[in-house]
Structures are given as structure tokens and as C-alpha cells.
Design a protein around this ligand. Structure first.
Ligand SMILES: [Zn+2]
Length: 138
């Protein structure tokens, strides 16, 4: 089994399903990882960057190139304001925060710390309070 890499991130599932279907038509197999329930049920956060489209590691470049041609299909893409990639997670877990993930989630839940977006590509973090970056294009 090949490791899978995130190539696209959305707030909701629908555009991710469209992207997976469009990639399949181009012969690129993709899967969806959906963290919506974790964010909503456990942390009581509105879903942000919760739906990820993943491809096998060897298909990352083909998938990213295909996404450029699928600009109309990939509406709602969440992109890093620093590098422009769509390898965004929310909230960012334990990369800068030394405590285990569950402590981080608890502190977010009680609003002791504010959750941030995190880019897995360039490690940039940004506040969820700021307006989301331009989601039309990465
Ligand atoms: Zn980035």
C-alpha cells in the first residue's frame, strides 16, 4: 500500500467528491479523508479545512497538475496564503505545540488557545479568525 498525500482541502465534502470524480476520469485514483465529525462533535468547531483529497505519493504531481486544469471543478479549495498549496489542516495539532493532541484539542475546546490553520507543505500557520485566503485559486 502506497502512502497517500493530500493534494486538496475543502471545508465541505461536495467539491471534494467532484474533484475525485474528475481525477478518476483522468486516470488518477483519489480518496477522501473527512475530519468534519471530529471537528464538530469533539471540538465543537465549525468545519474548516476538514475534507481532504488524497492520492498515492507517485500521483501527487499529476494530481496537482490536473487540478490546475480543473479550476472550474475545484471551487472552494482552501489554500495556504504563504505557498499556495492546498495541503491545509485545521486545527493544527502538536507541530508547534509540544503537548499531546488531546490536550491541544481540550485547550481549543475551552478557548484557552485558538485553533489555527496549518500548511503541511511549508509549515505556515494562520489564524482561523482572519478571513480565509482567496479560495478561488491556489
Ligand atoms: Zn504553505
Amino acid at each position: 500500500m502506497n502512502p497517500q498525500i493530500t493534494i486538496a482541502t475543502f471545508n465541505v465534502r461536495e467539491p471534494a467528491l467532484k474533484l475525485v470524480a474528475a481525477l478518476a476520469e483522468l486516470g488518477i485514483e483519489a480518496d477522501i479523508a473527512d475530519d468534519t465529525e471530529i471537528q464538530h462533535d469533539f471540538m465543537r468547531l465549525p468545519a474548516h479545512a476538514a475534507v481532504h483529497v488524497l492520492v498515492d505519493k507517485q500521483d501527487v504531481l499529476r494530481g496537482e497538475m490536473a487540478m490546475r486544469d480543473l479550476q472550474q471543478t475545484v471551487q472552494g479549495l482552501i489554500c495556504c496564503p504563504s505557498c499556495g498549496k492546498s495541503t491545509v489542516v485545521f486545527p493544527q495539532f502538536s507541530r508547534k505545540f509540544p503537548a499531546p493532541q488531546w490536550i491541544y484539542m481540550l485547550l481549543c475546546k475551552i478557548h484557552f488557545i485558538e485553533p489555527e490553520f496549518y500548511c503541511e507543505s511549508c509549515h505556515f500557520t494562520w489564524s482561523a479568525k482572519l478571513p480565509e485566503p482567496d479560495t478561488a485559486h491556489c
